[in-house]
Design a protein around this ligand. Structure first.
Ligand code: B12
Ligand code: SF4
Length: 494
């Protein structure tokens, strides 16, 4: 069966890096395992209009991913596909998982998949394949025929049958054994067109940077975080399965750096220690790697961090979020500042580089609390401090709080990015002006301290990337009015 898997165009308004989409690499892998002919279209690196590709490849099913700022581009992409052929178009990804009805109700979308995609994607392919066996010109309309009831018993999907009835089938259970999944199929991507994973080790461009996920989900429920895609229960791969993929990345694909994308890789400390030991014993530790999203600071003891360092870990992030104890409590991070301080100390003591993630503008913030965040960032002094302005994503508790008590300043989903220097909501005394001012101040005060300037200039990574670093810094401090420009780019891209 000919399957087409699509990442709709969406570039951040800063010069960000491009990286193959791990979720789509998994979908491509399970399709390949089934024996399908797979075409992966990543609009971020493609030059050909998608309609031409559809004409040439003539897919029998199309899967499109969408996070929140990408969803409108995804709809436009689906329209372009449907203008050529009424092929079943399946949507999935973070935004679709939170608001499935919104996509399912659109004429260009046939089925919205909620949550993890691999098992559901395959089940949908089987349904369409069976349809094609009985009717060689099986279309999306046939798939949604209420009499045929093709989709009635498939868990985890939302769709409208051709009679206009909306269906939200019960949830699909999470994938019980992640070790059964094939490795992400990077060979379907035009790897030479990618840079590397931001913010990885900075020094490598082009095809040699890979991502890996050793666990899915997170047992915590921080109020600002969208975790709707992945299971509520934290599920992990075995150390042996992780090692096998690590070997594959290093030996078969020539990985020069690896980004671990887990939400919280260290929920079971022993498991992560075992992974570290295996990587070291297998002599894979010459390849530097990082925790892109960070690990839980309350589970980052020196023994674990030491083993990780030995296994090649170059840099780890910690989600600090705020320097204010009351705000920290209110976001349900389930951690305190002394524990975070200790985690940074432990990481530095074993020789790891650190990243701190901070948020300016959480609900209930005041100028004083933001001030505490800036001071705390300077105190723990990570190599990289990343300050985001709070963006309330649908499906999060913060989104519900802001909808009830605040004023959203976002006009549509394309505004849901947090790099364009504009506050996303106001609440009580917390004005957009205050949030934007303190956000810029945070960057200035953190990076323009004399020892930081010297430290930055002394880093090899900085000189390799100085053009890009200056460009990003300039755009952060003097952001353009991105929305219209961003929209124009997006519309031109499909
Ligand atoms: C790595 C990462 C990035 C990378 C790469 C993004 C990418 N192309 O994948 C970078 C740094 C570029 C990035 C940027 C952003 N990201 Co990001 N990112 C992640 C992260 C940490 C991992 C993504 C991943 O690989 N997951 C693992 C794979 C297996 O899962 P998946 O991609 O979701 O795919 C599975 C399912 O969703 C589903 N599925 C997905 N697509 C489809 C399609 C079909 C047809 C089907 C059937 C199923 C399906 O099946 C897949 C396999 O199970 C996630 C957190 C997370 N845990 O997922 C955040 C996350 C996706 N990012 C998020 C956000 C907010 C952003 C930004 C908007 C932030 C910003 N700067 O403004 C930007 C958007 C930029 C962009 N170009 O899209 C949010 C999304 C929330 C939302 N409502 O959309 C997440 C969930 C983080 C969070 N917890 O808040 N991100
Ligand atoms: S912010 Fe981190 S710890 Fe909190 S819920 Fe999200 S992934 Fe889990």
């Amino acid at each position: 069966m000919r399957v087409m898997i699509v990442n709709p165009r969406f570039r951040l308004p800063i010069d960000t890096r491009t990286t193959p989409h791990l979720g789509l690499a998994y979908l491509a892998a399970v399709s390949e395992q089934r024996g399908d002919e797979v075409l992966l279209f990543d609009a971020d690196v493609e030059h050909e209009p998608i309609a031409d590709v559809v004409r040439r490849f003539d897919p029998e099913i199309v899967g499109i991913t969408a996070n929140t700022p990408q969803v409108k581009s995804a709809w436009r992409t689906a329209q372009a596909i449907k203008s050529v052929k009424d092929v079943p178009v399946i949507f999935g990804g973070p935004h679709v998982s939170v608001l499935p009805a919104e996509s399912a109700q659109r004429p260009e979308v046939d089925v919205a998949v909620r949550g993890e995609g691999e098992e559901l994607w395959i089940k949908l392919c089987v349904i369409v394949e069976n349809g094609l066996k009985n009717k060689p010109d099986f279309t999306a309309q046939d798939l949604l025929d209420p009499q045929a009831a093709h989709l009635d018993r498939l868990l985890g999907i939302s769709y409208l049958t051709a009679d206009g009835r909306e269906h939200h089938n019960p949830d699909h259970p999470p994938i019980a054994d992640l070790d059964t999944l094939p490795f992400p199929a990077y060979h379907f991507f035009k790897m030479d067109r990618y840079t590397n994973l931001q913010p990885a080790t900075d020094a490598i461009d082009g095809a040699k940077s890979f991502s890996i996920m050793t666990s899915r989900g997170c047992p915590y429920r921080c109020t600002f975080c969208s975790q709707s895609i992945m299971p509520i229960k934290w599920l992990a791969r075995s150390p042996e399965s992780v090692l096998a993929e690590w070997r594959h990345l290093v030996h078969n694909l020539g990985a020069q750096e690896i980004g671990v994308l887990d939400d919280s890789a260290n929920i079971q400390v022993k498991r992560l220690e075992q992974i570290a030991d295996l990587i070291t014993e297998d002599n894979l530790n010459h390849v530097p790697w990082i925790f892109v999203n960070g690990i839980r600071a309350n589970l980052a003891g020196k023994e674990l961090l030491g083993k990780l360092k030995k296994a090649g870990l170059k840099r780890t992030a910690f989600g600090v979020e705020t320097g204010d104890p009351d705000i920290l409590m209110s976001i349900d991070k389930k951690i305190d500042h002394d524990t975070i301080r200790q985690a940074f100390k432990n990481a530095k003591a074993v020789g790891l580089e650190t990243i701190g993630f901070f948020i300016i503008g959480l609900p209930g913030e005041t100028e004083e609390s933001m001030e505490r965040t800036i001071k705390f960032a300077c105190e723990v002094d990570p190599l990289i401090a990343n300050f985001s302005m709070m963006t309330p994503y649908p499906g999060t508790i913060v989104y519900e709080i802001v909808k009830k008590q605040g004023r959203l300043l976002l006009e549509d989903w394309e505004d849901y990015i947090f790099f364009d220097g504009r506050a996303r909501y106001e609440m009580g005394d917390m004005t957009a002006e205050l949030v934007e001012r303190k956000w810029k101040e945070a960057y200035r005060r953190f990076y323009l301290r004399p020892h930081r300037i010297l430290m930055t200039l002394a880093r090899k990574d900085f000189w390799i990337n100085w053009r890009r670093t200056f460009k990003v810094a300039f755009k952060t401090i003097f952001p353009q009015k991105e929305k219209t420009k961003l929209r124009k780019t997006l519309e031109a891209g499909v």
